[in-house]
Design a binder for this molecule. Structure first.
Ligand SMILES: Nc1nc2c(ncn2[C@@H]2O[C@H](COP(=O)(O)OP(=O)(O)O)[C@@H](O)[C@H]2O)c(=O)[nH]1
Ligand SMILES: [Mg+2]
Length: 687
């Protein structure tokens, strides 16, 4: 059956980890009869946490698409991960929907990731509905959780649309302030007498808040002294659509309390795709408004690609416009490829059921779209539309990866390429300086999971190690030395002889080679060979095998043999000369220094600074950035390798940072030994 846009609701469940999003998804599916068994995260049986890594770790990693039917509507749910390391996937989940259930715990209230998801949803125009879950837990406090939303979320008007009946272990149901009815054991009943006053007060507050969002309603409220249930719901629906009010509901997912009322609320008050603001798309450079129109030219977005060991590639899709049929050809504007929507289906997380079509506003999946990545838009040859995907934060946390065996090495780069089209937070690149293959993500767990997926889905075993720092070497003193290569072994001998000066240059100057030979003591035709020999030696370094920089080599004298001299002999002589010179010229190691900008709330600036100091950082200054503070500093790269994890624990995820290369500086003498030892070890491992 095809659903019309007015009867659809697309809802992402977002929030901090562990607040019960996946459990709430489960409770909704079960209450609506979309699944037979109520699974649980703790047993590894929750519908939305079906991937091996999710079951093992008992956390959500990838957005899962589910759906249920309630009254005359179909509700599509995306259960988004709550760990900040999987933030990018949660962002792409938000991209696909019109509404988000911003879920908080009844004890904790707003937490760090709640704020992040709230800000992202607002920025993307996704409409928010608040849920306070875990109200059955000891010390859970609905009113305090609502207050924490008003306090910690920017421009937030959080208003309770329900009141819990009982708290902690005695939490047994909710009062719906819109209808003035109670829900206990999944059934509508009258409000318990002892709650009457409290309900009256809360209902007044709700009416006040809703009336304040609209002038006509305000007039109506003044005239009649109250609002009817219809006016109230209508006003609230409009206020949700404009983002003026964040309505808050009360639930216990695991005890299945408040779930029926939540289902009703989604049907009555959430924004349908037909009501949602049109998306902005691009046909080339031209801006195009994409409204939800079932008869228009099809436009779909792919908000997640997954690799299933059995099925292959699965693309989770949202239809923004038009009606797509199974096996229809579509056009991928990211690469100009034609794709066929094979095995078009609707999803209950891992389980799929085939469908012949998907109408504008609906969500589903297709398989084996080999040229389609997360974030791509599928449209038609005709429109060639692109809907810009969300902007993801930089992937700052890196590990070096090496294939475990030769067979793995053959498959590794292909597997990495595929994996990085599934998860837009995952990047990989060859570091030209160190030659290492770097896998980059948002944190250690993110990369652990990526490596596990390489193994489980792509049959590629890789090992992770700390990335190397691209040290350099240089000299502090000028010297002049002779480099001589002479060999006489029967027949024709080898002879090359040079005198070179090496001189330090300023930091960042690189390398220069100059020829000041007078009177042809080194014949002109051998000069290029001398330079080649010098450059080869320069690449090899002296102290720890890193390239030598910021110095000049001047060839000023030498001698040649009419028969035994050759390019090779002069190259070797130059190499010997350079080595001798470097040894005498007080060689030192240089380390890369990074420009670091850390942005976070003022109250943790002190902790961030003292941590940067302990990392040999130099604080350059601070400035105000909106409500946050920014610290600028210069920090050696070797100290920044684990900064993503360090900063997260210092700030509980409330701070972010950027890093870029600035310049090289001398490594403190007492640290040289360690770098040399490491270089020796790396070398012996390579051999
Ligand atoms: N007491 C109680 N525990 C809950 C509730 N909802 C979820 N949990 C538990 O909280 C933990 C995290 O739940 P989960 O659904 O994975 O949270 P998510 O990370 O937000 O998806 C699990 O151990 C759940 O059993 C609830 O309403 N009440
Ligand atoms: Mg979860």
């Amino acid at each position: 059956m095809s659903w019309q846009p007015e009867n659809l609701r697309n809802v992402a469940i977002v929030g901090h980890r562990g607040v019960g999003k996946t459990s709430l998804n489960e409770a909704l599916l079960h209450a609506a009869g979309a699944i037979n068994q109520l699974g649980s995260v703790d047993d590894g049986t929750a519908t939305a946490d079906y991937e091996e890594q999710e079951r093992d770790r008992k956390i959500s990693i990838s957005p899962a698409l589910c759906h249920f039917e309630h009254r005359d509507s179909k509700i599509n749910l995306i259960d988004c991960p709550g760990y900040s390391e999987f933030y990018v996937d949660a962002l792409y989940g938000l991209w696909a929907v019109d509404n988000a259930l911003l879920t908080v715990g009844g004890v904790a209230g707003v937490e760090v990731h709640t704020i992040k998801m709230y800000d992202a949803a607002r920025q993307m125009g996704v409409r928010l509905i608040g849920v306070v879950n875990k109200l059955d837990a000891e010390r859970a406090d609905f009113a305090a959780a609502v207050a924490s939303m008003n306090e910690s979320l920017a421009d937030c008007e959080a208003v309770a649309v329900q009141l819990p009946i009982g708290d902690g272990a005695s939490f047994s149901g909710v009062v719906d302030l819109l209808s003035g009815k109670a829900w206990v054991d999944g059934k509508k009943t009258d409000v318990p007498a002892d709650l009457a006053d409290e309900v009256e007060e809360a209902r007044e507050a709700l009416i006040d808040a809703v009336a304040a969002t609209d002038e006509d309603l305000m007039v109506q409220y003044f005239d009649a002294g109250t609002l009817t249930e219809e006016e109230l719901i209508g006003g609230l629906r409009a206020a949700i659509r404009t983002g003026q009010i964040l309505p808050v509901l009360a639930t216990s997912a695991t005890k299945q309390i408040g779930v029926g009322a939540l289902m009703d609320f989604l049907v009555d008050a959430a924004v349908s795709p037909a009501d949602a603001a049109p998306r902005t798309g691009y046909a080339g450079d031209e801006e195009v408004e994409v409204a939800c129109d079932a008869t228009g030219d099809p436009v779909l977005i792919c908000f997640k690609t997954l690799s299933d060991p059995y099925v292959g590639r699965i693309s989770l899709l949202r239809v923004l416009r038009g009606t797509v049929k199974a096996d229809q050809d579509v056009y991928n504007s990211a690469n100009g490829e034609r794709e066929r929507l094979s095995s078009l289906a609707v999803n209950q997380a891992q389980a799929t059921s085939g469908t012949t079509e998907l109408v504008a506003g609906d969500m589903g999946s297709a398989v084996r779209l080999e040229d389609t990545s997360t974030g791509d838009t599928l449209s038609t040859q005709n429109s060639k539309l692109r809907i810009p995907p969300p902007e993801a934060p930089d992937s700052m946390y890196a590990v070096a990866v090496t294939a475990a065996t030769r067979a793995d090495a053959d498959k590794m780069s292909d597997a990495l390429a595929r994996l990085s089209t599934e998860d837009m937070g995952l990047k990989y690149e060859r570091n030209v300086e160190t030659g290492e293959l770097l896998l980059k993500g948002l944190g250690p767990m993110h990369l652990d999971v990526a490596v596990a997926k390489l193994r489980d889905h792509y049959d590629v075993d890789v090992q992770m190690s700390e990335p190397r720092v691209a040290y350099r070497e240089t000299i502090r003193k000028s010297v002049r030395v002779q480099g001589r290569h002479k060999k006489q072994t029967g027949g024709r001998g080898q002879f090359g002889d040079v005198w070179i000066r090496v001189e330090p240059m300023e930091r960042g100057a690189g390398f220069e080679f100059a020829n000041e030979v007078k009177g042809g003591s080194v014949p002109t035709n051998y000069i290029p060979a001398v330079e080649k020999g010098v450059r080869a030696g320069m690449e090899k370094g002296l102290i720890a095998g890193y390239p030598v920089v910021d110095f000049r080599v001047v060839l000023d004298d030498g001698s040649a043999h009419p028969v035994d001299s050759s390019d090779m002999a002069f190259q070797l002589a130059a190499g010997i000369g350079l080595r001798t010179a470097l040894e005498q010229a007080q060689p030192v190691l240089l380390e890369p220094i990074m420009n670091v900008t850390v942005i976070g709330p003022e109250d943790i600036m002190g902790d961030i600074m003292s941590d940067l100091n302990s990392k040999r950082g130099r604080i350059l200054g601070t400035e105000q950035v909106g409500t946050m503070q920014a610290i600028k500093a210069q920090v050696p790269q070797s100290e920044m390798m684990r900064y993503a994890a360090d900063l997260r624990s210092i700030s509980q995820g409330r701070a972010s940072y950027e890093v870029e290369f600035s310049h090289y500086e001398e490594l403190p003498a007492h640290m040289t030994e360690q770098v040399v030892a490491q270089a020796k070890q790396d070398k012996s491992e390579e051999e």
